[in-house]
Design a protein around this ligand. Structure first.
Ligand code: IPE
Ligand code: IPE
Ligand code: MG
Length: 256
């Protein structure tokens, strides 16, 4: 298993072990293609999103069963506010339903829930549910499920930069002490190892403002499947592809 997740300094880079992927510690997924799934069936886009939540349930179970420690899912981006108000409302309602219906089961399964993204612009009932999901599951020791909601990576980095500036102004941090660990510690995902594998469904091949800092050495796997059709078999395909990759972190091949 790859343990070096943030080769931040020269020493860490030198110490990073090149080699095969094995089982990823942290898998992050850009769940894309709900709208196209629905369009193909002449169904409303909301139906695609509803079926997308079922794929989330399957994926959480599959990740836990395979011994993956961290699963991050991109549920709503800071740019998704550009969609029609009715679709935004559908997505907000689905999040509420998911937390209300699934929180007890997630808790029973020893899943710890963490939410990343900007909470300030969300409706108070949604913020309350997100906080409940985190506090109820805080002490769980199984899979950590990170839900990226109203998340944008540039915004996350900007917030971290502001915190650094505040700490410097307050005399808590010297400018020379700012290193990549200091930045990482102020990101929403602080304390979680960087993703080893990022999967995007639907055939699109871009990051769409997802985990830009943390993706530095992630393996990227793009799958043609639309998110509502994502199942254990497609998950295993992505994991097998990851296992075939050779991670070098800027070093040399393990065999050379
Ligand atoms: C992903 O599916 C879900 C969200 C972005 C919230 P899309 O809604 O982006 O589906 P497509 O890309 O239009 O098919
Ligand atoms: C990325 O998908 C965001 C989520 C999956 C939540 P989008 O469908 O919003 O991304 P673009 O617009 O195609 O880049
Ligand atoms: Mg999309």
């Amino acid at each position: 298993m790859t343990v070096v997740t943030e080769p931040a300094t020269a020493a860490e880079v030198a110490g990073a072990v090149a080699g095969g992927g094995g089982l990823p510690t942290h898998v992050a997924i850009i769940m894309d293609g709900n709208g196209r799934w629905a369009q193909k069936r002449h169904l409303p886009r909301a139906e695609g999103h509803r079926r997308g939540v079922e794929a989330v349930r399957r994926t959480v179970r599959a990740a836990a069963a395979r011994g993956i420690r961290y699963l991050t899912i991109y549920s709503f981006s800071s740019e998704n506010w550009r969609r029609p108000a009715s679709e935004i409302a559908d997505l907000m309602n689905l999040l509420k339903l998911f937390v209300r219906r699934d929180l007890a089961e997630l808790h029973r399964a020893n899943v710890r829930v963490r939410i990343i993204g900007e909470r300030a612009d969300l409706q108070p009932d949604i913020t309350a549910l997100l906080e409940e999901a985190e506090s109820v599951t805080r002490d769980n020791t199984g899979l950590t499920l990170v839900v990226a909601f109203n998340y944008g990576s540039r915004q996350e980095i900007v917030r971290a930069a502001r915190r650094i500036a505040e700490d410097v102004l307050a005399g808590r941090l010297a400018p020379e002490a700012i290193d990549s660990a200091a930045v990482a510690a102020r990101l929403d995902l602080a304390g979680v190892p960087d993703p080893d594998l990022i999967i995007r469904t639907s055939g699109e091949q871009r990051l769409s403002n997802f985990l830009l800092w943390q993706a530095a050495y992630a393996e990227l796997v793009f799958l043609p499947v639309l998110w509502p059709d994502f199942d254990e078999a497609t998950f295993d395909e992505a994991l097998a592809e990851f296992a075939r990759r050779e991670r070098r972190y800027g070093g040399l091949s393990a065999s050379s």
